[in-house]
Every structure is written in structure tokens, then in C-alpha cells.
Design a protein around this ligand. Structure first.
Ligand code: ATP
Length: 359
């Protein structure tokens, strides 16, 4: 039996292309570290699972995930699922809630060779994942959106001290670990949302007292959105409530080459899940056009996180090797996908990264 059990859930559309590439790269990188042996478990999810088993999130998938250390989840194209079948659920919010994946860590990094609005960008946004305005996950039963009359729609926003503190702790730990400016900026609009954003900032400030080596700052969300476009180099680690974070992480991806360049890792007290920021991109699915970077780097973050949690040097080195191989392929631009200005297919870009790893 291996030391780690990692799940593979391909998801929908381009997930069927980018997840196998990310897995191949992780497996290639891990070959140098036989002591960090991984048992890979492939599990059905999404539309392919619906077609074969009749459910987009089979019970067996959930039961198996409970026994794993981590997994990689591809993007989900739930908008194309049958609307009238209760077995065609959107797996995202259910997985994030069931496994208490409170913090979504989303880095944005520029590469000198990749056309982007700014260079020297290296900012990580931590988005609280399971509450806020998101109506499909912010209630115990029912939904956070309802219509008292046909002409009135109401959306409830939930902010808890527990999840705000967890997200803040993720941000401060990361600011301490990484080689950055050692600043955590909490995003809010407590000028208007005095209670919701007020509780969020208060929770972040409380946590900041445990980290005297890290500077704590706050920024109003609208001002921050502008500063992120004008001077992203100013920021290090940023922590935000759910919906602000959802919007700001796509904005950040736009600074450095688009959604194909936006990886992510969902983290909770027990489980971790690699999941890119982008959706299932049905417009380019099946054409080998998808940039696998976001999924590959999400996998790299998962390996790194397992390394940190388990103080496993092999896993940490393996993550560093993936990072270096990806940078090398991006730097020479020969084997990158069309969104980055190249002509390579999704698989070719992945193979080029594997070749660097084996060199
Ligand atoms: P969701 O709401 O599920 O996050 P979305 O509405 O943000 O999805 P995406 O599926 O992420 O939409 O796609 C948005 C655009 O970005 C599309 O034009 C898509 O082709 C492009 N895109 C997304 N991911 C990638 C990728 N990995 N490589 C290249 N282009 C991508």
C-alpha cells in the first residue's frame, strides 16, 4: 500500500483533457521519489458518471473520497446537466461542503515570456469557499435565495467567525511559508456591510495577532479591484469572503494570461482538493485547445501541501521539480497552447513538461 491515496475525478468537457495531463505529470515527477509512493484512485463524477451510473455525484465516489488524503477534481459543466433530474446535481458545492474545504487558495503569477498586463506579479488570493452569498452552499437546508413574490428576489449572505478565521489562518500560514512580502490583506466592504464584512475583518484581525511577523492590512473591495489592475505587485497574500474572491480571482487571472493560467487548491481541516479556477469551457472541449497549466499547477499545489502537512521532503522536492519544468516550457514558448500564443495541443504541452522532468 502506498503512503498517500489520491483521487482522480476528471469532471466534464476540458476536464477530460487537462486532468489526465496533470496526473501524468505528477506521476512522472513522483518516479524520482519512490519513498513517496502514491495509490491513485479514479472515481466517477459529472456527466460521464451520469451517463454510465445515472448520477453526477455517485454515493460511492463520496464514500471513497472520505478515505483519501487528497484528490484532483476537473472542471464541472453543470449548466448542461438535465434540469429536472434530482440525480443530476452540481457536484462542486456538495463536495466543498461535505469535506469542509473552507479555503480556496488561488495564486496569480506572471511569466516573462507570457504576454500579460504586468510583469513581476506574484499574489495569492484565499477565497472563503463555503458561505457568503453563494446560495447553493450557505444554508443547512433550502437555499440562500428565494422570492417572496414574483417581483422580489432576495439573496442571503452568511459570514461565520469559524470560516473567516480558518481562511485567515490559511492566508497567514501561507504568507509565513512563502518567499513574499509577508503581508496579508483582508478584503471587505465594511463601510456598508457593517455586520457581515465587519465580522470577517474582525476575525482576520484576531488571527493576525498570532502572526506578529506578518503585516496585516485591509482594503475596501472596489478600491482593491482597481489597485489589482494598476499595481498588482503591491500585494502578497489576500484573503476574502466568497463572492468577492470569486470575482477577484478571475480578474487576477486576466492580468497574467487568462483562465488557463489560474490554478487553485481547496483546503480544509482534514481534506485537500486540487481544482483549477476555470470552468469546463465547453466551447473548446474535445479540440485539444485547453491550456493544462491551471490543472497541472493545481496538482503541484496538492503535492506541495501534502509535503508540508506530512513534513515530507520528497513531496516538496517533487512539487519544486514540477514548478521548474513548467517554467522551462513556458519560457521557451515552443510547446504552449494557442491561448498563450503557441500551436501545441493540450497533450503536447503536457508531454513537453514530462520531457523536462525526465531530462
Ligand atoms: P464557471 O462559471 O463554471 O467557472 P466560466 O463561465 O467562468 O465557467 P469557463 O468555462 O471557465 O467559463 O470559460 C471562460 C472562457 O475561458 C471560455 O472562452 C474558455 O474557452 C476559456 N478557458 C477556460 N479555461 C481555459 C483553459 N484551460 N484553456 C484555454 N481557455 C480556457
Amino acid at each position: 500500500m502506498g503512503k498517500y491515496k489520491i483521487g482522480i475525478l476528471n469532471g466534464d468537457d476540458i476536464g477530460l483533457e487537462v486532468v489526465p495531463v496533470a496526473v501524468k505529470i505528477m506521476q512522472t515527477a513522483l518516479k524520482k521519489y519512490p519513498q513517496a509512493k502514491v495509490d491513485w484512485v479514479e472515481l466517477p463524477v459529472g456527466y460521464p458518471a451520469y451517463k454510465s451510473i445515472g448520477e453526477t455525484l455517485p454515493g460511492k465516489t463520496i464514500d471513497t473520497l472520505l478515505e483519501l488524503d487528497a484528490w484532483i477534481l476537473g472542471p464541472i459543466g453543470h449548466m448542461a446537466y438535465p434540469k429536472d433530474d434530482p440525480k443530476a446535481v452540481n457536484p462542486h458545492p456538495i463536495i466543498r461542503r461535505t469535506f469542509d474545504l473552507v479555503s480556496n487558495i488561488r495564486p496569480t503569477r506572471s511569466y516573462p515570456s507570457i504576454k500579460s498586463l504586468h510583469q513581476d506579479v506574484d499574489v495569492v488570493i484565499i477565497r472563503e469557499n463555503n458561505e457568503g452569498f453563494q446560495p447553493d452552499r450557505n444554508m443547512y437546508k433550502g437555499t440562500g435565495e428565494f422570492m417572496p413574490t414574483p417581483d422580489i428576489a432576495m439573496s442571503v449572505r452568511v459570514v461565520t467567525r469559524r470560516n473567516s478565521e480558518f481562511a485567515a489562518r490559511t492566508a497567514f500560514d501561507l504568507a509565513r511559508q512563502r518567499n513574499g512580502k509577508k503581508i496579508v490583506t483582508a478584503i471587505h466592504k465594511n463601510t456598508v456591510f457593517k455586520l457581515g464584512c465587519g465580522l470577517f475583518v474582525d476575525s482576520c484581525r484576531n488571527v493576525s495577532k498570532e502572526y506578529p511577523d506578518i503585516t496585516f492590512d485591509t482594503a475596501v473591495v472596489d478600491t482593491f479591484a482597481m489597485q489589482l489592475v494598476m499595481r498588482p505587485q503591491k500585494f502578497d497574500v489576500v484573503v476574502s469572503t466568497n463572492m468577492f474572491g470569486d470575482i477577484l480571482t478571475d480578474e487576477a487571472a486576466g492580468l497574467v494570461g487568462g483562465l488557463g493560467m489560474a490554478p487553485g487548491l481547496c483546503v480544509g481541516p482534514r481534506y485537500i482538493m486540487a481544482q483549477a479556477t476555470h470552468g469546463s469551457a465547453p466551447d473548446i472541449a474535445g479540440k485539444q485547445l485547453a491550456n493544462p497549466y491551471a490543472m497541472i499547477m493545481s496538482g503541484k499545489m496538492m503535492i506541495e501541501w501534502l509535503g508540508i502537512r506530512n513534513q515530507d521532503k520528497g513531496m516538496l522536492e517533487c512539487a519544486q521539480n514540477i514548478d521548474a519544468a513548467v517554467s522551462a516550457v513556458l519560457n521557451d514558448l515552443k510547446d504552449v497552447t494557442p491561448d498563450l500564443g503557441g500551436k501545441a495541443t493540450t497533450n503536447r504541452m503536457g508531454d513537453a513538461i514530462c520531457e523536462k522532468l525526465l531530462a
